[in-house]
Design a protein around this ligand. Structure first.
Ligand SMILES: C[S@@+](CC[C@H](N)C(=O)[O-])C[C@H]1O[C@@H](n2cnc3c(N)ncnc32)[C@H](O)[C@@H]1O
Length: 260
């Protein structure tokens, strides 16, 4: 399981606090007709990710895109099949887990891992509303995933890995839990041009998916070092907030754990 609160770093605690507060706001936002909460939250980047979920798929689970804090739709990337096991790193209010659970039925299961109790509460409430039974939300950190080795077919994640201080540890953990041949299908924010030092250091901007972003070359290197093959990055939107213009973008990231 994840580390206890007493060993949490300042950055991780800032992230946890932010998403505990966001979870409380999402209870209010999650009504028909309300817009998306935005990528990583209202004062975070506007990465053009709204509209990426099919209305039919959302209707099936009784949720709206307003509960998404993501920067893309990793369930679209993942090409999920019935019978597969899926894991979502930093599952938030549970949208991608519940959509994945539908896609891997019958016989499959979708797990979400999140460290924030308020988000886990919201996700379990959304699961109850959706009628989905083949999904579970686990408390833990994505640096120490609470699942055994080689038990997952697909790792997805939506706008979360940038929030981790040690991306290498997260990527190694994703590799560990994947079965040989397993897929990594992730939406995340990346640094496209160097940010100002002040922007790299601000805790609020870290929790808002700006400061913690890393260049594609560094991300790719972490994936290759962990053992992943067929690593691919596709930038699908850039961020337009003042001072950050074009320096941060939303990427779809694909990779595969080799068979041997
Ligand atoms: C930007 S939100 C994205 C939520 C969800 N993936 C979505 O697309 O709506 C980030 C989520 O990741 C969780 N999170 C951030 N860092 C984490 C970590 N190191 N371990 C576990 N969960 C983490 C937060 O609690 C929050 O729920």
């Amino acid at each position: 399981m994840g580390q206890g609160d007493n060993t949490m770093s300042e950055v991780r605690e800032a992230v946890r606090l932010r998403y505990a507060n966001v979870a409380k706001q999402l209870v209010v936002f999650n009504r028909p007709g309300s817009g998306p909460a935005g990528c990583c939250q209202a004062d975070g980047p506007d990465c053009g990710c709204s509209g990426s979920y099919s209305a039919e798929a959302l209707q099936e689970i009784g949720l709206t895109e307003s509960v998404s804090l993501g920067c893309g739709n990793p369930t679209m990337l993942a090409e999920l099949r019935p019978g597969e096991t899926v894991l979502d790193l930093g599952s938030g209010a549970g949208l991608d887990v519940l959509l994945s659970a539908r896609r891997v039925a019958p016989g499959g299961h979708a797990y979400g891992v999140d460290m924030t109790d308020e988000m886990l509460g919201l996700a379990n409430g959304n699961k109850a509303k959706s009628g989905v039974t083949n999904a579970s939300f686990l408390k833990g950190t994505i640096e120490t995933i609470p699942l055994p080795d080689s038990t997952v077919d697909v790792v997805i994640s939506n706008c979360v890995i940038n929030l981790a201080e040690d991306k290498g540890a997260v990527i190694k953990e994703a590799f560990r839990v994947l079965r040989p041949g397993g897929r990594f299908a992730v939406a995340d924010m990346v640094e496209l041009e160097p940010l100002e030092p002040a922007d790299k250091q601000a805790l609020d901007k870290w929790a808002g998916c700006i400061s913690g972003t890393i260049p594609i070359s560094e991300y790719r290197n972490a994936l290759v070092t962990a053992g992943f093959a067929d690593v691919d990055f596709e930038i699908h939107a850039t961020e337009n907030m003042p001072g950050i213009d074009g320096k941060v973008g939303s990427a779809y990231i694909r990779a595969r754990k080799p068979l041997m």
